[in-house]
Write a protein that binds this ligand. Structure first.
Ligand SMILES: [Zn+2]
Ligand SMILES: [Zn+2]
Length: 334
């Protein structure tokens, strides 16, 4: 179930807020995801109230929440508050790239390209050391590259790194060049506007991905739990012909999702008591197959997912004890 319309986003946000009251220890990831759904439904005042609620509860990641709040507030006209939050984050200098990226992109979205550029550069100076780049620091260099192209700046060393690290089908210089169409000989302002709209859409996608750092997770039933489940709820046997099939289907589903471009994949481990408690809280029978996907989504939103794929040498997610590459990660197992 992937919400799409504003009404679906609101319904999903409300479900996550209800879930947060049942699992106060997992409130932060649940409410952050709820706020992301409210933003996607354009219910910005409600998202803002959730960010405030999180900030007042000693969150683990206050800078990211403040950054998301700043970006959200600015979207619905609260520019002064947004700017104050952004200044506070810059002064605090968080060591996580995500809040920097959110605030630099908020400035970029509101055409403050010089300030956005300074913000990306401050973050890169602070966070890029001798260690290898992470996905987060690479994203900072990619954002900085985009703003520098918009400003018409020449490439510097970090831009070269951004070009080298970029893995998409279109080279970064082409993707980030708003004058591309002029260079091709077009003198149609409508085409240029379309090009800029496309750049903005790319930025929007990235922003949406950032505010939804929650995995798409597949449910894994350990062998003993699965036999207990099927003994208690025989109607679910159609979903799970055997434990071996269940395990190969998990790997196959994740590979198919990865191949279709879905990132941030994970596996959540199910147990019968937790599944029954979830069914009771949703006032539904555990025998209902449609409940399984909601249970998986809720476990993932509570931060219970293990990222997939494991590295080739780490133990396989199926708990066989064998390295992933020699178990479900083997090329033949698909
Ligand atoms: Zn470049
Ligand atoms: Zn395995």
């Amino acid at each position: 179930m992937r919400p799409d319309t504003p009404a679906e986003h609101i319904a999903e946000a409300e479900r996550l807020i209800r879930t947060a009251t049942r699992y106060p220890e997992d409130q932060e990831p649940l409410l952050l995801q709820a706020a992301a759904h409210l933003e996607l439904a354009d219910a910005r005042d409600r998202a803002s109230a959730l960010y405030d609620q999180l900030l007042s509860s000693s969150p683990a990641d206050p800078h990211l929440i403040k950054a998301l709040q700043a970006s959200n507030l600015w979207e619905y006209g609260h520019e002064a508050e947004a700017r104050a939050l952004i200044s506070g984050i810059r002064a605090a200098g968080p060591t996580d790239p995500a809040p920097w990226e959110v605030i630099a992109e908020a400035l970029e979205t509101h055409d403050e390209l010089e300030a956005s550029h300074d913000c990306f550069t401050e973050a890169a100076t602070l966070l890029i050391t001798d260690d290898p780049l992470t996905p987060g620091t690479t994203a900072l260099l990619t954002g900085r590259h985009r703003v520098r192209r918009l400003l018409g700046r020449p490439h510097d060393d970090w831009d070269m790194v951004a070009d080298t690290r970029h893995t998409g089908p279109i080279p970064l210089d082409e993707l980030h060049d708003p004058k591309r169409i002029w260079a091709l000989g077009s003198d149609d302002p409508a085409e240029l506007r379309a090009e800029i709209a496309r750049l903005r859409a790319e930025l929007g996608d990235r922003r949406a991905a950032l505010s939804r750092p929650f995995p798409v997770a597949i449910l894994h039933w350990p062998q003993r739990e699965l036999s207990e489940l099927l003994t208690s709820y025989p109607t679910l046997a159609a979903e799970y012909p055997s434990h071996t099939t269940h395990l190969s289907r998990i790997e196959a589903s994740l590979r198919a999702l990865a191949a279709s471009g879905t990132t941030n994949l994970g596996i959540v481990t199910a147990s019968v008591p937790s599944y029954e408690a979830f069914a009771a809280s949703e006032k539904t029978s555990p025998a209902s197959p449609s409940l399984l996907a909601e249970y998986a989504t809720t476990l993932a939103a509570r931060g219970k997912a293990t990222p997939w794929p494991p590295t080739p040498t780490t133990p396989c997610w199926c708990t066989s004890g064998k390295p992933y590459a020699e178990c479900h990660g083997a090329p033949t197992d698909s």
